[in-house]
Structures are given as C-alpha cells and as structure tokens.
Design a protein around this ligand. Structure first.
Ligand SMILES: *Cc1c(COP(=O)(O)O)cnc(C)c1O
Length: 459
C-alpha cells in the first residue's frame, strides 16, 4: 500500500478527536459471553445479588450485552485528559534494527504514574462509586499496578481506598506500596488480622506469604461488611473491558487519520483487559463482517490459559468465593510456578475474550519468560522505553511476526499494545541480567490435576 502522508514517529489525537464514548464489544457478538453464575445456586447472577459487592452503575455495565456505546461522563473525560490521548508510536527504530519490511506500531499506555493502562478503568470505577455516594472502595493488588492506579483515582475524587496487597509483594515491592500511600490509600499486607477470612487463613497457614485469591477474599469481606464501601476489580470483568476500549478507539482513530489498516493486532493477556480494550473496535468490524484482522493474544508459557486451558465455568479467585465465570481456565487451584517473574499470573481469562477465542475470532500464542526478557531488553535498547514484563510478551510476539515478514518480504502492518513500564520490575530484570532466570512449563499432568477440580456446572 502506498503511503500518501509521511507517518510521524508518534501519532497523537487532539482533545476533540478523543473518544467520547466507550464501545461495548458484546453488543456486536452473535454468541454473547456466558453470564456470571452464583456459585451457590448455579443460576445467573442478578443485579440485586451483585449490588452488595459492586457499585450499581458498574453492575449495569457488567450485565449489559446490548448497548453499543456508553457515553464517558465529563468528569472522567477531564481526568483522561491528564494522561490521554496516549501516543501511538511508529516503531521506526525497531523496524530498522530488525531490517523488516513490516510496519510496526505500538500504543503506549505507560505515560502515567501508575505506569500502566489500569488507570483507564480505575478512574471509571472510582467515579461511579463516588456518584453513588459511597465512602470508599476496597481491592486487592498483586504486583501493585492496579492498586496504584486505584489510589490515584480515589485521591482525585476524594474517596477512601483500602488495598489488600499480597504479603510477598508488600515486602518485596516497598516502593509500590509507598506510591499507593502517597496517594492516600491504606495498604494492608494480606493475609491480615483485619478480616475474618484473613485470621482463618493465618491460623491454618501460619507464615504464609499470601496469594491474590486470598487478598480478593479479604477485600470482598471488608467491602460487604462496611457500610458505604464496595469492591472493585482491575481486570477480567466485562465492565473493565468496556472502560479499556478507550485504548482501541484511540488507536483506531489515530490509524484512520493516516489511512492505515493493520494486518495483525497483538496484545499480552493476563485477565484480558488491555487486549480486550485494544482490539475492541477492530474486533467489532470483524464481527460485523466489515474488515478482517489477525488478532493474537500472548500469554506466558508458565500460565497458558488460552493455549492449554479448558473452556468451562470456574471460580475467578483461588479462595472460591467469587462468582463463576465461563472462561478458558487452568483451574482456580492452578498456581503459576514461583520462578515465573513476568506478571500475567491469572489462572483464567475474560469471558468475552474466551468466547471470541472459542468461536475462532482470535489466535493465542504462549511465550517463555527468558524469550520475553530478551525481547524486553532489545526493545528498551532500540525504542528507549523500559517495558513492563507483561507488555514484553506482546513485544516478543510482534518481533516474531516482524521477523517472519523479513523472511517472506511481506510488508505487513503490525499494531501491538505496550501496556506499561517496568521500573518496579527491576528484580526480574536483575535475574535476567545475572543469567539466573529460567523457564518453567507446567506438565500436562499438572494442568489436568487442577482442571479436574473445576466446579461441576452445566453450560
Ligand atoms: C495488569 C497488567 C497487564 C495484564 O492485565 P490485563 O487485564 O490482561 O490487561 C498487562 N500489562 C500491565 C503493564 C499490567 O499492569
């Protein structure tokens, strides 16, 4: 395709060109994602059942499979303007270094203090909590990006923010914790003595360093027991994908400005929120039969939900208190190997993306962590940005595709999501630099053992 205009290194949108509404991909899906089920009754969860846990407006968004566009409230648009639009970068330096005929673009979401795309949904969730007149919100955080993003959003709106941080991260990532405290959040290492479930876990497993599942259980307990509080979650849920559609809408608007049609769209996949957001408008075109794209989810070989998981109902948390979601899962009792440093450790995957993958609308690949860090360093040295390990899964796959183009001589246009920066992941980088990082791939038996424990549910 002849390039009519010279594409700048960074394509920005003006404030006027920024999206004014989120796009709800589910509205264009012929086969809708399966509903969340009440683990007690096995029946789809109703708005009434979800109301004690989540904010009213967010429950509506969670259950709404039909409304195509949801207006972004003015207050959220104003907040977005502090760090959005995020740049769409033409990776000229990377193309040059790879000597590839491919044209590579990345959407960089790391330009805010939280260092990732999670702020896009954090501000939305905090806004609806504030609008409902709540005092505050509770959540869990593992690596800390979500907790940081939520702290920033709550500080802006004057909401209380209680973060349960997996104890091992709390101790190993004191700087992350201090960023959250600087934004006014209270950060409690989980499991803690502050909740019933925390005390129970501590009694049963003295000295445990905690897990995400346990932190979720504590955060949910605090939200449901304290009047004026609700629980919020940073990925996996439909509402989070809705908010993250701002990434894809901006990307599409920036590409459209220069008449660019991508061939391949790539994103890393943990719970699926950045990928779901990035691909939303492109997948919409694909579902409506207006365009075709190769869409690739990239996951760690050590936690391969899409590529080796089972499409079934499962718990979203290790503590088995959360609703059941139908998704590609390794089983909620699957614990990724401790040697896995690169994030994306969730055992399941967004129901929306799971359904699309099941129906053949997207592909998935898994990559090993030493290959991921090799790509991360190559990228840092070439494009200048120090990428988050999570984001580097997408970098790895994009470089692999660009190398294929070099072999075949095809001038494909590749777009990938660069979800964040890696300043708080330097222990992992250190391991890699010292040659102490290894790869771990779970055996079929290991996966089969946790899949065998899936809850028995029809559907
Ligand atoms: C949380 C996070 C991810 C993975 O989460 P998704 O919901 O799959 O997007 C990826 N990259 C960064 C930088 C993150 O903080």
């Amino acid at each position: 395709m002849a390039e009519e205009k010279k594409i700048p290194y960074k394509i920005y949108l003006t404030e006027e060109e920024m999206p004014k509404a989120w796009y709800n991909l589910r509205a264009d899906m012929k086969v809708k994602p399966a509903p969340l089920l009440n683990p007690g009754t096995g029946k789809p969860l109703t708005a009434e059942e979800l109301a004690p846990i989540f904010c009213e407006e967010l429950v509506k968004q969670e259950l709404d499979n039909d409304t195509k566009f949801v207006d972004i409230p003015q207050e959220i648009l104003d907040f977005y303007k502090m760090f959005r639009p995020s740049p769409l970068v033409r990776a000229y330096c990377l193309e040059e270094k790879l000597q590839t005929p491919a044209k590579i673009y990345y959407k960089f979401e790391g330009n805010n203090t939280s260092g990732s795309h999670k702020l896009n949904s954090a501000i939305a969730q905090a806004y609806y909590a504030k609008k409902q007149g709540l005092k505050g919100v509770t959540t869990e955080t593992g690596a800390g990006q979500w907790g940081t993003a939520l702290s920033m959003a709550c500080a802006y709106l004057g909401l209380d923010c209680k973060v349960y941080m997996v104890k091992v991260s709390y101790e190993q990532k004191p700087f992350r914790r201090e960023v959250m405290r600087t934004y006014g959040a209270s950060v409690v290492p989980s499991p803690s003595e502050t909740t019933e479930v925390g005390r129970k876990i501590l009694a049963e497993h003295p000295g445990t360093t905690g897990s995400l599942g346990c932190a979720i259980s504590e955060a949910v307990e605090v939200a449901t027991k304290n009047p004026g509080y609700r629980y919020v979650l940073g990925s996996v849920l439909n509402q989070v994908l809705l908010h993250q559609s701002v990434i894809g809408l901006e990307t599409k608007a920036a590409l459209d400005k220069y008449g660019i049609k991508p061939d391949i769209i790539i994103g890393c996949a943990g719970g699926g929120s950045n990928l779901g957001g990035l691909i939303a408008p492109f997948m919409g075109e694909k579902l409506r039969g207006e365009a075709d794209y190769r869409i690739i989810a990239v996951e760690p070989a050590s936690c391969p939900s899409f590529t080796r998981g089972t499409f079934a109902y499962d718990f979203c948390d290790t503590g088995m208190i959360c609703p059941l979601a139908k998704m590609y899962t390794l089983g909620s009792s699957f614990i990724p190997s401790a040697n896995h440093a690169g994030g994306l450790r969730f055992h399941g995957m967004s129901s929306t993306l799971s359904q699309l993958y099941h129906d053949g609308y997207m592909e998935a690949v898994s990559v090993e962590q030493t290959d991921v860090f090799e790509a991360a360093e190559f990228f840092a040295r070439t494009e200048g940005i120090l990428p988050a390990p999570e984001s580097s899964h997408a970098i790895r796959a994009a470089i692999n595709e660009a190398k294929k183009c070099k072999e075949t001589g095809e001038e494909k246009t590749i777009v990938f999501g660069l979800t964040g920066t890696g300043y708080f992941d330097l222990v992992a980088y250190q391991k890699y630099n010292d040659g102490e990082m290894s790869d771990y791939i779970p055996s079929d038996e290991e996966i089969a053992a946790s899949v065998a424990k899936l809850p028995k549910v029809e559907g």
